[in-house]
Design a protein around this ligand. Structure first.
Ligand code: SF4
Ligand code: SF4
Length: 461
């Protein structure tokens, strides 16, 4: 293109719009003592400004052009994406982000079920336990698929899921060894995580899993012993709290590695809320002093299955425990996950991503890890020869649509984090994209996160 220096339609347009504006993806809140909390869901920034700067930050966000020559705080806001050039089309940028998040050219995420049976029978569990160990031919299929295809992806992340994955340790070890070898040979970064009930995660097993590069864990503790043992029962009906806690404390005290993280998930019911202060003190006494452990609370719900009928009258909503979350975070309990959910793509469910596949023990390929019996969720099959035979009609139900077919999503300040894809299963059932809980109470969650010094930047005058 010839550059003449003459004014044309394009340069005139830019000139007309030059200047600054506040990003439409800013969210403003305050903590209890007047510090200003600012999040930008596109840039992924979270900043706490000391209370003496509260008014000035608000003024700059309202009238950025008046402050643009002053540098200082104005520059800090620009650097973190809160103030942008007025000619930036943020809708277009959000659309590009969405395309990249779901892109076929990014990393591959495999959710593997080495055993679909479980040693627990939790009251809210939706699984049918009709199948068990992953067959030899499916294991072969996974390895052959990766040998042929891994070069097309920028990374491989394997999540071990079940049933209970730690009832199938030899399968995890065998597959991990091969997958790590393949990735090493093709120079593709490999990482791994696990959702486990924690019952079999003894020190010895934890060390084996570290060898398998499993570094991130989600383990459930549903309150203190009396409530946990009602919800998370073993197959023989016995409780499981003591053993899981013993495993967690052994890991905390004996493993020096700084490279793992355990998120303690709690499925909150009214029963847990009846003892919530005790549970908060329990979390504080045992895990508050170790940054390798964090917590995540979610209201227990009807995720399918019959046994849920026994506890459905105890269901509550997140509004019922938001104050307890604040109390817990004030005592130093870390809720990192809520912070992650506010980052770009942080509330997008893996089921909506093109490169994310759940592989069942019998080779059936799913998208969602909840509705295994739903026909639309059985999107294909992995053959022994490593070929993924996908039904693209079903597959498209999960990976297309989202924010692009929903006008309220396009205008939403939480769009970069959620992208209308926080739960494609719910969208499929109800024909509307559900807003994630963290967005519905965003200002409260910002306060909760602002209690943890690991989660934000602090700027004071
Ligand atoms: S589903 Fe809700 S939170 Fe998500 S982008 Fe749409 S409107 Fe925003
Ligand atoms: S689609 Fe919904 S139910 Fe399924 S895994 Fe994603 S968030 Fe969970």
């Amino acid at each position: 293109m010839k550059v003449t220096g003459d004014e044309n339609k394009f340069t005139k347009e830019i000139k007309k719009k030059e200047g600054f504006k506040a990003s439409r993806y800013n969210i403003i809140s305050e903590d209890g003592i007047g510090n200003l909390l600012l999040v930008n869901t596109f840039a992924g920034s979270f900043t706490k400004f000391g209370f003496s700067m509260n008014g000035e930050v608000r003024n700059i966000l309202k009238r950025p052009d008046e402050y643009s020559k002053l540098g200082g705080l104005f520059t800090e806001l620009v650097t973190r994406g809160y103030i942008i050039n007025s000619n930036v089309d943020e809708f277009r940028k959000a659309e590009l982000l969405h395309q990249n998040t779901l892109s076929i050219n990014s990393g591959l995420e495999l959710i593997l079920m080495p055993n679909e049976d479980c040693n627990f029978r939790c009251k809210y569990c939706y699984e049918s336990f009709a199948k068990n160990f992953m067959t030899e031919s499916v294991q072969q299929g996974i390895i052959k698929f990766l040998e042929r295809n891994i070069h097309r992806y920028s990374s491989l992340h394997v999540s071990w899921f079940g049933g209970e994955p730690l009832t199938a340790i030899p399968i995890i070890e065998r597959l991990s060894k091969k997958m790590i070898e393949i990735c090493k040979e093709k120079r593709v970064p490999y990482s791994s995580s696990m959702t486990t009930n924690g019952y079999n995660l003894t020190l010895d097993v934890f060390e084996k899993m570290l060898e398998c590069r499993v570094r991130k864990y989600q383990i459930t503790l549903d309150g203190i012993e009396c409530t946990h043992d009602k919800q998370r029962v073993q197959v023989d009906g016995k409780g499981s709290f003591k053993r899981i806690l013993e495993n967690l404390l052994n890991i905390k005290e004996n493993i020096n590695s700084k490279t793992f993280h355990i998120m303690i998930r709690s499925n909150i019911t009214k029963n847990i809320l009846d003892n919530i202060d005790e549970f908060i003190n329990f979390l504080k006494d045992n895990f508050e002093d170790d940054y390798r452990f964090s917590s995540f609370w979610q209201a227990a719900g009807d995720w399918g299955g019959d046994s849920v009928r026994e506890i459905e009258e105890t269901f509550c909503s997140s509004k019922d425990y938001i104050q307890s979350l604040k109390d817990a975070s004030k005592l130093g309990i870390k809720f990192n996950m809520y912070r992650d959910m506010m980052k770009p793509g942080g509330s997008v469910c893996y089921a909506s991503k093109r490169n994310s596949y759940v592989i069942g023990s019998d080779g059936i390929i799913y998208k969602c890890t909840v509705a295994f019996d739903l026909d639309e969720n059985q999107v294909g099959v992995l053959t022994e020869n490593g070929v993924m035979q996908l039904d693209y009609d079903k597959y498209a139900l999960w990976v297309s649509g989202h924010e692009s077919s929903d006008l309220s999503c396009q205008k939403c300040y939480f769009r970069p984090s959620c992208q209308g894809a926080s739960c494609p299963l719910e969208r499929l059932k109800n024909n509307i994209a559900p807003c994630p809980d963290v967005k519905r109470s965003i200002k409260d969650y910002m306060k909760i996160i602002s209690e943890s010094e690991y989660s934000y930047e602090y700027i004071e005058s």
